[in-house]
Design a protein around this ligand. Structure first.
Ligand SMILES: Cc1cc2nc3c(=O)[nH]c(=O)nc-3n(C[C@H](O)[C@H](O)[C@H](O)COP(=O)(O)O)c2cc1C
Length: 309
């Protein structure tokens, strides 16, 4: 079985990935949030820095990009290759209209001809492995039924499916029946993604999708970073041990943030945003987060956290 941490832009950055690796176990693969182009033809800086090998000394990272044309695809793919990576992931899942209106992310899913034209021009020139991470469609989950069988003609490394359609954003439920249909339509390695928040969620899905042994978890791991070790090794920490691990995890995060940017306000605002999720996994999390949010300095944040954990 293989468990992957999903890419979550601004959350699962290298600070988070490295701190996770230092404190928790069970992640087999990390996916970095997507690279994207600026209007001037350069690549946006934050995701560019995020995948630098020096920032990812120990974790096995697959970089991701978001593109809708061959030229911009290769600007980003060439950069990724120049850093020594041998595989990349194409984001065909981002659901937000600002993105999809430009044919980016999930915006291409209701235009299969455009997908296959792009693949026809890209694959002959591509030297790296390419996988895709997709929703089941833009308007509804049946769009994927047309796409999947034709993807069998291309040498993809994998397909990761977040089992919603894009216009749902994050609302409603995942379409498990449709995912079952997808299993029989693809010859590629298939990963299930969507709404795994607890070990019980995982066990239920594993019973439903017996042939699937690749799984990806995002928000569930942001709320409970020990979820991977619970699933992989059955490790369930006592409340006290888990809180100690969260403190250690937070210390790793703060050290990494301050190393990257000496502006202490930056570290403070990043810690507040990680903890918006992390607090959700604790019974007294709402109260904790309310207090953390009021911290005026990173020192105050750390002290408060240590006291409350
Ligand atoms: C804040 C946020 C940022 C995300 N950023 C990315 C991203 O950069 N690339 C991507 O493929 N998916 C991104 N996603 C989608 C997640 O990777 C994942 O597919 C989705 O959250 C469903 O999985 P989950 O229910 O386990 O969280 C993002 C989701 C959230 C909530």
């Amino acid at each position: 079985m293989q468990l992957a941490l999903a890419p979550l832009q601004t959350y699962t950055d290298y600070h988070f990935r490295n701190a996770h690796l230092a404190v928790f176990k069970g992640v087999d693969k990390f996916y970095a949030p997507y690279l994207k182009m600026n209007n001037d033809g350069t690549i946006k800086n934050t995701p560019k820095i995020d995948i630098l090998p020096k920032n990812n000394p120990n974790n096995s990272v697959i970089p991701q990009l978001m593109a809708c044309g061959e030229q911009e695809f290769f600007v980003m793919a060439d950069y990724i290759e120049s850093l020594g990576y041998t595989e990349l992931n194409w984001n065909m899942g981002c659901p937000y209209p600002m993105v999809t209106n430009k044919n980016l992310g999930a915006g291409i899913l209701n235009k299969p001809t455009e997908i296959f034209n792009l693949f026809d021009s890209i694959f002959p020139k591509l030297k790296m492995g390419l996988g895709i991470k997709m929703r089941m469609g833009l308007e509804n989950t049946s769009e994927i039924l047309e796409i999947l069988p034709r993807l069998n003609d291309y040498p993809l490394t994998e397909i990761i499916i977040h089992a919603r359609y894009a216009k749902q954003l994050y609302n409603g439920t995942c379409d498990h029946e449709r995912f079952l249909e997808c299993i029989s339509l693809t010859k590629h390695s298939l990963t299930y993604n969507g709404d795994i928040e607890t070990k019980e969620d995982f066990d239920d899905l594993q019973c439903k999708f017996k042939n699937i042994d690749h799984w990806m978890i995002g928000r569930g791991a942001m709320k409970n970073p020990s979820l991977f070790e619970e699933i992989q090794f059955g490790i369930v920490d006592s409340g006290e041990v888990y809180r100690d691990k969260l403190m250690l995890f937070s210390q790793h995060l703060i050290t990494s943030l301050l190393e990257c940017n000496p502006d202490r306000g930056y570290a403070l605002s990043k810690m507040k945003s990680y903890w918006e999720y992390l607090s959700e996994g604790l019974s007294d999390g709402k109260n904790l987060y309310r207090k953390l949010k009021k911290s005026k300095s990173i020192e105050e944040f750390r002290e408060l956290l240590s006291e409350m954990l």
